[in-house]
Design a protein around this ligand. Sequence first.
Ligand code: BGC
Length: 839
Amino acid sequence: MVLSATAASLLKGLTLEEKISLLAGASFTGTTGIPEKGVPAIKAVDGPNGVRSAATDEAIRSTCFPAGSSLASIFDPAIAYRAGELLAAECRGKNAQCLLGPTVCIHRHPLGGRNFESFSEDPLLTGKVASQYIRGLQDSGVSATIKHFVANEQETQRTTVDETISERALREIYLKPFEIAIREADPWALMTAYNHVNGEHCDSHNWLLQQVLRGEWGWKGLVMSDWGGTNSVASALNAGLDLEMPGPPRIRKLPAVLEALKKGETSEEVIDERAGKMIEFALKLKEMEAKVDPARLGVSTDSPETRSFVRDAAARGMVLLKNEGGILPLTKDNVRGKKIAVIGYSKDALAHGGGSAAVNAYYKVSPWDGLHTALGDSAEFLFAAGAHRERLLPPINKNGNFGKVIGLDGQVGFTRLLFEDGKDEPINVSHGYTHSAYSPLGSQESLWRSLEIVGDFTPLESGSHYMTCSGIGPSRVYVNDELIFNQDKNSTDPMGTLFLAAPETVFQHYFDASKTYRLRICSDIPRKIGLEILEGRSGVRVGFTLQSVRDADLQGAAVKVAESADLAIIFTGHDPQWETEGRDQDSFNLPRNQNELIAAVAAANKNTIVVNSTGVAVSMPWLDQVPALIQAWFSGQECGNAIADVLTGAVTPEGCLPVTFPKRIEDAPAHGNFPGEYVDGQLKVNYAEGVFVGYRHFDRLDKSCVNFPFGHGLSYTKFEYGVMQVAEKPEQEGFEVTLDVKNVGEVAGGALVQIYAGRTTVSPEHPIKTLVGFKKVRLQAGETKTASISFSKRDFAYFNEETKQWTIDEGDYAVYLGSSAANILQQVNVKLEATTWKP
Ligand code: BGC
């Protein structure tokens, strides 16, 4: 290891104990500093689609940017660069020097709970977008943390699951985005994944960290664990994990590291190497912080410029999947004097998914508000909720959603008490607490303490109410000291409970609005939970609703509204409880009865437009019934305005799918191998589809298996493509494709040029084609531009597992121009000689 002179001399001046202290964080977001010896502490914050600043702090607000799958749909890395710059400005505003993003894991299966955070099923698109995002951040002096290395493609048992993945699939698909980003953008930090790969936890994985990352790729940045994802003392140190996060240490406690040294399991050289890396990282970030003037970033947080960037990026990321009969755009003239039924999630802003990527946004614009601003003076809007969509009942909050709550201090809000084991007197009491839920995510305060949430509750309405409860440890609900619910064991889904997203038992209780009830929610210290990070952390959630609300016929009401309107727009999707870190989706069908709702509304009104906000593909059994469909993703705090921009044509849609939308989940490449099977209590998953992920798989099936292919996206204008020229560029060991693109429609718009390459002779061992380059070309009506796209000969290679070499077989290969993976417009053949090279 070659350290800078300053880092080396600082390292020299540290005692062994001090060096060991640097190898783990000090808090949830902070690394350990030794200021008296010149080693600064660094603040590292989530990421990736906003700056969370702290794990849970309702007072901290940030800009909520479009999530990964939305950003990727733009197919324009320059926009990812700007997102990176603005995120850096947000970090600076929150005194953070390191952002925990981007997430570059692959969309392996549509049920992946965190797909929304990452970009695509395609490694090239992922790598290119990630590279610019990283550059944007780091050119502005803030470190990126590319994550999760590697193959965190599922949430089910994510901390323990063992994944069997072939070296070829790892190299060509799962490691590829990391490799591209490391070569093109050199992220200063990387986060290891929670899971095992081929029997070894990623944080302790010698092959991944030493051979591939540090060795073959020659990468010199800092490796940190995912939060609670350090699994061993010596193996992780030896494999190259520099930093255990979060702090204070759970694994790298001083005695444990000293013991490993004493036993000879690790060495002082290894400690020096890891501590040296940590010092260098901290010094670099502090130096960058001083060097990069915040004014250079051009914006302060929540500025008009950031708001307009987020709105523009959100709109450009939306994908117009279907538009029959030109029903869209809904211009003011088109809708003047008309009645528009607005149904579903229209008053919610589905801005982000759940978990660490959830952002407490400065504000969120709902589609209902966005549409009113855009068309309110032309059309009349009618509202219907349409379907019961919530996964969990909402918590009772102090804002009076279900009635009045008074805490033990006589003020509005619950009182929250924490008790040490077996003690009757609370050691911590806080009043004015917001709601009947407490997640220990990121906080130490509930560690090895039991928890009570207490309040005097006067309900808004009399009647039987539905309630739900789940706690990480055993939990109880009392009403006036009567036990009305008892969960006598740990949660069956503790990770889900951490994110307030575990399954909950529903029970009923009668409340009278003329009475006040003492509500007491108790949750014990969880023990033997089986997950180190959750051991001892109490947390609980109680949901609530009126039976009459829960049982109302929302669909019937929506159909009536749709019947009385000229057209209907249904907003469907997943809220952060349905699509979240900590759990995979239950089903490919939209929850809970949104599919039935669309079918019923479309039967009542043939002018039905669907706007779907999910981070993933979902089933669309109603597709033939609706003339128009927009995939809006989770597009950040401006989602409602951006949706209105696309619906009205203020922005011409230009997004294209970064993932295939299959018709049936049974046709998904990983079907049957997701989320895996339990063997002796451990979840194992076989990545049996190998390199045939996404369109690499669907290319081999009948086209009718997909609703919409990778790369598909419509526009309100039309493009014509000239003849593609493919020129060999020997000096760059690659090719350059050039072609003219003309906007032959009436409005300005963006065309996506997609270049794929593959063998001319189909081989069962190789994908038919893979994406090798792309370019978004934006054109005024009538305008023509020449697009040129370069790619390397290496893009034709596969990884040969026998020779352990990247390999090009001699032969004829095709370069394709496509308007999607399923619609090839032109083909030019090229000849390649046999070539191999070492990884
Ligand atoms: C997630 C990471 C995140 C970290 C800190 C973990 O649960 O997997 O992506 O950066 O928490 O919040």
